[in-house]
Design a protein around this ligand. Sequence first.
Ligand code: ADP
Ligand code: MG
Ligand code: MG
Length: 892
Amino acid sequence: MPRWVFSFGAGGADGGTHLKHLLGGKGANLAEMALLGLPVPPGFTITTEVCRHFYANGKTYPDGLRDEVEQALVQLSQRTGRSFGDAQHPLLVAVRSGALASMPGMMDTVLNLGLNDVTVEALAREAGDERFALDSYRRFIQMYGDVVLGVGVHLFEDVLDDVKDREGYFADTELSAAEWRDIIDEFKRLVEQETGAPFPQDPVEQLWGAICAVFGSWMNSRAVTFRKLHGIPSTAGTAVNIQAMVFGNMDERSATGVAFTRNPSTGEKTLYGEFLVNAQGEDVVAGLRTPQDITEASRVSTRSERPSLELLMPETYREFIGYCDQLERHFRDIQDIEFTIERGKLWMLQTRSGKRTTEAAMRIAVEMANEGLISRDEAIERIDPSSLDQLLHPTIDADVERDVLVTGLPASPGAAIGEIVFTSEEAERARQRGIKSILVRIETSPEDIHGMHAAEGILTARGGMTSHAAVVARGMGKPCVVGVGALKVDGAVGSLTVHGRTLHRGDVITIDGGTGQVMVGRVPMRQPALSGTFATLMEWADAARRMKVRTNVETPSDARVAREFGAEGIGLCRTEHMFFDHQRITAVREMILAETPERRRDACAKILPMQRQDFAELFEIMHGLPVCIRLLDPPLHEFLPRGEQEIGEVARVLGLTPEALRRRVENLEEFNPMLGHRGCRLAVSFPEIAEMQARAIFEAAVIAARSTGVPVMPEIMVPLVAARAELDYVKAIIARVATAVAKESGEHIGYQVGTMIELPRAALKAADIAESAEFFSFGTNDLTQTTFGISRDDAASFLPTYLQKGILSRDPFVSIDPDGVGELIKIAIERGRRTRPDIKLGICGEHGGDPDSIAFCEGAGLTYVSCSPFRVPIARLAAARAAIAERREFGV
Ligand code: ADP
Ligand code: MG
Ligand code: MG
């Protein structure tokens, strides 16, 4: 018999973190905190399994659930000394959602459940405060009406606003008890009118209504969107936590707050949090009031004038930071904690691993490893390699002039430039048109998640560092500035005003989420330097990984960047990229269009010195590290002259009429260039080109070896080989040139010739090809195209549909298809090694920078991966994680 309900509280619990899959993150950690002896209001959790049952069985509950809930309620009554509907000591509960993966604010929560016409009087007596009780009751009717009964919030707000207008009140606090009573009557009438039934007075009925609504909220559109963005399976389901209420809004000795055990933005080891006096629940995260700091230190640094918790309630503060410390050590990670203080008594309401920026994640991981809390391997595994992209984000140049409009709280670092938009829909539309936008809001709500995703950055007038906007932005790695109090936003008119200056929808602003500055116009950015903890983590990753990481570059400046990012050589230098240069293209065209080998040789002679210069520079920058150069690969027509002017110019150089040239160009057109006259096929038909390129490489090697004093050993890569004979033909040309250059220069030149494996036939014939090839480099872009028979350039019209319909689970051009393409790679490795056990194996497709593909390469036993310069740090980390995972699997 499965068990559906687990209780917690009063120093014990049925569950704990080991049951996270059943209790959800919130329920499991509430139980864990209770086990640790922390003050947690008692309660119980209905498991995620019930949610799965609910959806699998037409929204019905499993047998036995009602009995288990009833028993749990009895136990809760014993623990609290209160019971549902009791006219003296009523039990009031919060009904809280909580899935395995944290989805803050995406699902529903109902507070103050159990209030009715009788218990509200009891609450008033117990609290000694009639207005507080009435306020709680009307909040409950409103929340329950909205979440459970589907009565629009604005209808309730209209009622309240009418009374305030009529009486000329500004704040809710001005209402008298009698007026609250009238409002409650009005609310109840409203519910009856909208639903056709009176507001439920029976707490048990209320409870089942709320349970059903929380399960229902698993499928609401914002939860669905959130799961899609974060890759959370929709089958997981949520748990429901029913927990005794505590009141942060009882009086001035009561409060509610949120804290992180370390700074979630920078990672600094200082408690970081905010609270509101006399407030309940969502008030802090909703950003309706700008909250106060918990510690004095942060109050000083935010220049807040309102007192910190440390100053206001020193004893509670000390108790609280003690728990924070304990929780961090217990969970061995930064914690995001919710708490409430009721009349001076501290209650812990939630703890979970805190969302953090990549910068913070890195610092926290490194410092926790240094503190001995986690191992270095764990530190490496805590950083998602793809998230490093965030750190390589541009930031505002410190020395640059800027027109600062206003400064807010720096909620999520990085800088962003965009046009002002005021709604999520506008942000989406802008993105569809390719326009970068900054989403400007008074505050954001969970409904804004798609707009935040579409925008480059987020700016809000209200809210603190733990507001919804801040938390979500950090999770997404989006620059974000919040709490700009002076900002007046008028979305309807489409303008914002701050300190007397007005900007309109579509005006460009720059925000800096690292400093909180909001600037008018476009402010220049610069690439970030890699900081101290980043370097440390990379060192640890380098020590942990087995595979080498090379880079795909052609230009000296990219090669330098790649070296700074830690590249250990060049895995792919595409020589054709060097051909497009303005000053070279005419000679290149001459070479291609020449009608006799002699004329082609003449044209090649013009290009030779330029290629030699390029290669020499790359060899010098790489200073003895391996450099793999690929011979000319793309279909020739890519270089051909187009339009009257270009054709005229080239015809003149070649001594042809434009007419004759045009015919020649037409002859070179192909129906399917990707499968046409390209790769080693070019070298076979035009050996003069391969000859020239080989000469440029060897002469450059001689120059670089002399200038650096370090031997250069070029790797020459022959593309698109299907059969060994093709490779042998090109290899013979290379060997001839090598001998000639050695004789001319008097220098010994070491080199290797290898091939790309990018055709299925090459993978299958790898044993044969390895007789001649000294290395293989998997060209996984072409290998994916030719294995699937899908042209990457034409895939856009159908591949998204394949992904959407689940026919392919991932885009094989983004992440290696391990089953098909992967199998060919494994076959090639196995057969290649049979011939040449020490054959060097690399990958140079774009997959070389994709963490999942890198994990595949580790498993397949490649020697190195190669990727674009900005992905080198990502690949270093991904290779380390793959090696650690591999070692763990084989128990090494
Ligand atoms: P979320 O998953 O959106 O954070 P929660 O279940 O944590 O939702 O509830 C939202 C808010 O309600 C919390 O911030 C907390 O302040 C308040 N709350 C939850 N449980 C209780 C409780 N037992 N007593 C008082 N307030 C509560
Ligand atoms: Mg919430
Ligand atoms: Mg919460």
